[in-house]
Write a protein that binds this ligand. Structure first.
Ligand code: LFR
Length: 501
């Protein structure tokens, strides 16, 4: 129809989508108008030709040039998706963009330098060494409130500086901001995503220029901050022409451009005494708080205080997620393709059905172990983890799947208990949003292992949070609406499934 509509561009680690949202009598309706794959690219070795990688995902080997995002392809798909959004909703007035965090592009004179790295690229380890020589983990946590993850932007940039690229650049843009820049010509940095860089002060959420200077990162690289709900700018004439838009009618609006910030904004909390799991490639497990927890205990437990929509704090931990499953399935598919191997079947749904029936006790491994971050053979890494501890590893593929789900659920339980202790806030209910909310076995195991009621859904929380922040900015809901008011819309619009412990 011709009524006002909004578009969410939501880029995930394996696929992206464009979703049109409309508000009709206090309810949000959504229509997915485009979906496209996000396939990272591993470029061949730079240093030694003899060590050319034979495996497609060679980040475990040394000397590979790098694992990158195919950002041009993503941008092309976004423009096409916005064209589809306009055809479906001629009244489109606003676009918001979110993606995973921490990754960025360097530019000079508006032109992109090189191809953005994927946060799972191995070079970050070197960056950690370089940064820690200047500021140790305790100091970093006091300044930025973040859990240590090797791929935090602050570490990636140290590797970039060492390779000389930082000297060439005059601008750094996080990836959703880069797409917004290409659509509008306006270079801004959205604050929730900026909070994941390690370069934003947790005290006042402004750029930590002192730390930048000590690390040799020119503060002028970093663009002005915008909060979710602020306007970034209208489409350029060129973009408007290509997608068939009336130029000044469509604004790009800042949303929680860190996907997890948008997802948490859409958690249908009924009371503050609840935890959430934003469950996709990663599981982000924690609480929404009004103020950060910066104690030594919080740092030791590797909790993060990321910036949320409306100034809330996302007090959480990165626990691995469905990545463990998807990488396992990829490994099995590759194996089944090799001649002479008898495939055991690698259809995820079938494996989940079989995993449900596994009766043998499977091992619970530490799903948050860093060894599971780079791409690779997860079943082999799980086996190694078990063998190092004299634990019997899972045998069949179904057992591996069951072991992954049990281990994720156990990690959720531990993390939620710790979040309660560290914050003094109770978590009586656990909300699961995102793709993992549709995995019934995982939800049941989560209820069992946490001993708490699990409320699963909505699956599209990220797109919903993105759209509702735009709706408020565009006046489709009251500009005065609080996050709680927006969550009332979520509850009215999307059903949930409850799992009792
Ligand atoms: C989830 C997520 C996490 C972040 C990780 C890497 O999609 O955004 O919150 O830690 O990806 O950017």
């Amino acid at each position: 129809g011709g009524g006002p509509a909004l578009a969410a561009v939501d880029l995930g680690a394996t696929s992206g989508r464009v979703v049109v949202g409309r508000l009709e009598s206090g309810r949000l309706t959504m229509e997915q108008v485009a979906r496209f794959p996000n396939t990272p690219v591993q470029f061949t070795e730079r240093r030694s030709t003899e060590r050319r990688s034979t495996e497609g995902h060679g980040t475990e080997g040394e000397g590979t040039e790098g694992l990158h995002w195919n950002i041009q392809a993503l941008y092309g798909a976004v423009e096409e998706g916005l064209g589809a959004a306009l055809r479906s909703a001629p009244g489109l007035c606003s676009v918001g963009i979110d993606s995973w965090a921490v990754d960025y592009a360097l530019l000079r004179g508006g032109r992109m330098l090189g191809v953005p790295y994927h946060y799972r690229d191995a070079r970050s380890a070197r960056g950690v060494e370089l940064v820690h020589a200047v500021a140790d983990g305790a100091e970093l946590f006091a300044r930025n409130g973040l859990q240590h993850l090797d791929f935090n932007t602050v570490f990636q940039l140290a590797a970039e500086r060492e390779s000389g690229f930082l000297d060439l650049a005059d601008r750094l843009l996080l990836l959703p901001d880069l797409l917004a820049y290409w659509l509008t010509g306006w270079a801004r940095t959205e604050a929730t995503n900026a909070s994941t860089t390690g370069l934003l002060s947790v005290a006042d959420r402004t750029w930590d220029t002192e730390l930048m200077e000590r690390l040799g990162y020119p503060p002028g690289l970093f663009a002005d901050l915008v909060d979710p709900g602020e306007r970034i700018g209208p489409l350029t004439a060129g973009v408007a022409g290509r997608i068939g838009a009336d130029r000044d009618r469509v604004q790009v609006t800042a949303v929680g451009s860190h996907d997890t910030a948008s997802a948490v904004a859409a958690v249908p909390f009924e009371t503050p005494d609840a935890a959430y799991i934003s469950s996709g490639t990663w599981s982000l497990v924690g609480l929404e708080l009004d103020a950060p927890v910066l104690t030594a205990q919080a740092r030791a437990a590797n909790f993060t205080n990321e910036g949320g929509v409306d100034g809330r704090v996302r007090f959480l931990r990165n626990v691995s997620g469905l990545w463990l499953l998807s990488e396992s399935v990829r490994t099995w598919r590759d194996a089944d393709r090799r001649p002479g191997t008898d495939g055991g079947g690698a259809d995820l749904q079938e494996l989940l059905d079989e995993a449900e029936k596994v009766e043998r006790e499977v091992p619970v491994f530490d799903a948050a172990d860093e060894r599971f971050v780079p791409p690779g053979d997860m079943p082999a890494r799980i086996r190694d983890w078990c063998e190092e501890r004299g634990v019997r590893p899972p045998g069949s593929r179904a057992e591996v799947v069951r072991s992954i789900l049990e281990s994720l659920a156990a990690a959720y339980a531990r993390t939620i208990d710790t979040a309660e202790e560290l914050s003094g806030r109770k978590a009586r209910t656990v909300h699961v949003v995102g793709g993992g909310s549709q995995n019934a076995l995982l939800c049941r195991l989560t209820a069992r292992r946490t001993g708490r009621r699990v409320v699963a859904g909505p699956v599209e929380a990220t797109a919903i949070g993105n759209l509702l922040v735009q709706a408020r900015a565009a006046g489709l809901v009251s500009p005065e609406a609080t996050l709680e008011d927006l969550r009332t819309i979520v509850r009215a619009s999307f059903p949930v499934t409850v799992y009792e412990p």
